[in-house]
Ligand binder design. Structure first.
Ligand code: UDP
Length: 448
């Protein structure tokens, strides 16, 4: 709306790391036409805002990016640890958000009528109370991991953290057959007082206070979770997969991945990506490259940085007729292409959902956060993928997994099961689908 037609100001607080801010922006893009009188202020770091707000996209005039401090100390010299920017940012919250929100209130003369935040932001419970406004928390991963964070104290108490190897989560309803080592490490290991474990612990305590928790998933994906999640929150709203509910965005394909796929045989290509944050160690990259070269399967490999430095010497030249290596791929389109037959993935939730929507079985190498839990769900609950070796990528493990998914009956069987789940995903976002109904409930929460 033009300034004079803005009747409501809604604050959106994004988490600027991994793939969190972009699905939150998708949610807000979906909400904005449903709440035309509202202006959404998207509070996020400059770096993340620059990455997700597309220059030429004027469709969402009612969503305004607003930069907040990323918490980098003055004269800061990076140690190179990928956790450091996250920890600096976590330390700057919630003051960085509060300062920015106060400035907007002063500038506009309007108060916020609702706050929508990444679910990590436990402090939004207090903000919402001060504002007397609803708090909508958005969980960007799957339903299983959010339940585990709610039960952090219980899990820590029962597992006795010194030795979790071999212990099972059978004491939690819905989690039989899941090992203690599969759950997000922030619950069970490492320095539990460092910023991320602390933030997730507090989140588990505060999230039940949220007016609604929205999740980028759909109820039918994991029916065992529906009653469990519904009973723990005021409103738990599966509104995804969001990728199926937004207009087709312009996805750049400067390296011609899709044209190349057009020339490949059906279900014959392995697509490889470990998301926006993970980089497997050099020996695993080497093992995977050797597996691809020896097995001869065709592939698209998305790898950030300079592939010449990351992959074995001569690999690119030797495999140029078999595959392409790019620094960023049009993943969603690749996974929906009929030539794509396997996805070697770190099991980030967005990737998992996109693979389901594309009907592509997964070969899993999980690293941190919820990824191992997603891997177990893919393998043991849905049966639509396989692990790789003993957790790490080895040449032999990768070859066996590729063989299994791309040229065995079991791979076909996984594809059939995926087809069922895929159909449920599309049904959920139809006009009478569960995600559509939940989205309407969410809109009502925001407009009230
Ligand atoms: N992605 C992409 N091109 C790439 C690699 C990743 O478009 O070359 C997108 C992918 O489609 C997904 C997101 O990046 O939407 C990765 O999200 P995920 O939750 O899987 O992992 P994270 O980045 O949070 O580790």
């Amino acid at each position: 709306p033009g300034d004079e037609n803005v009747k409501k100001l809604i604050a959106v607080l994004a988490f600027p790391f991994a793939t969190h801010a972009s699905p939150l922006l998708s949610l807000v893009q979906r909400l904005s036409p449903a709440v035309p009188e509202a202006r959404f202020i998207f509070f996020n770091t400059a770096k993340s805002n620059n990455a997700i707000f597309l220059e030429d996209d004027k469709r969402w005039d009612s969503i305004r990016p607003y930069n907040v401090s990323d918490g980098t100390p003055e004269n800061y010299v990076s140690s190179g640890s990928p956790m450091e920017p996250i920890e600096n940012f976590a330390k700057a919250t919630p003051e960085n958000f509060r300062t920015a929100m106060e400035t907007v209130v002063e500038e506009t003369g309007m108060g916020f009528s609702c706050i929508i935040t990444d679910a990590f932001y436990w402090f939004a419970a207090d903000m919402a109370q001060e504002l007397q406004a609803p708090w909508v928390a958005f969980w960007t991963a799957g339903p299983r991991s959010v339940l585990l964070h709610l039960d952090t104290d219980l899990i820590r108490g029962i597992l006795k953290l010194s030795r979790i190897d071999g212990k099972m989560l059978d004491f939690l309803p819905g989690f039989s057959g899941i090992c203690a080592t599969d759950i997000p490490p922030e619950i069970t290991c490492g320095d539990l007082n460092s910023p991320m474990p602390r933030m997730l612990h507090k989140m588990g305590l505060m999230l039940p206070k949220a007016t609604a928790v929205a999740i980028n998933s759909f109820e039918e994906i994991d029916t065992a979770m529906v009653n469990l999640t519904n009973s723990r929150f005021k409103k738990f709203l599966n509104i995804g997969p969001l990728v199926l509910t937004l207009p087709d965005l312009k996805i750049s394909d400067s390296e011609g991945c899709l044209q190349w796929l057009d020339k490949q045989k059906q279900e014959s290509v392995a697509y490889i990506s470990f998301g926006s944050t993970v980089m497997p160690p050099p020996h695993e990259l080497e093992a995977l490259a050797e597996a691809l070269e020896t097995s001869g399967f065709h592939f698209i490999w998305s790898i950030r940085g300079n592939p010449e430095e990351k992959l074995p010497k001569g690999f690119l030249e030797r495999t140029k007729d078999k595959g392409i290596v790019v620094s960023w791929a049009p993943q969603l389109k690749i996974l929906q292409h009929e030539a794509t037959g396997a996805f070697i993935t770190h099991c980030g939730w967005n990737s998992v959902l996109e693979s389901i929507v594309g009907g592509v079985p997964m070969i899993c190498r999980a690293f941190f956060g919820d990824q191992r839990l997603n891997m177990r769900t893919i393998e043991n609950v849905w049966g639509v993928g396989t692990g790789i070796g003993d957790g790490e990528i080895t040449k032999d493990g990768a070859m066996k997994a590729l063989e299994l998914v791309l040229s065995s009956e079991e791979g076909q069987y996984m594809r059939q099961k995926l087809e069922d789940i895929r159909k449920l995903a599309f049904d959920a976002v139809q006009s009478h689908g569960s995600s559509t109904a939940n989205f309407e409930t969410l809109t009502a929460v925001i407009t009230k």
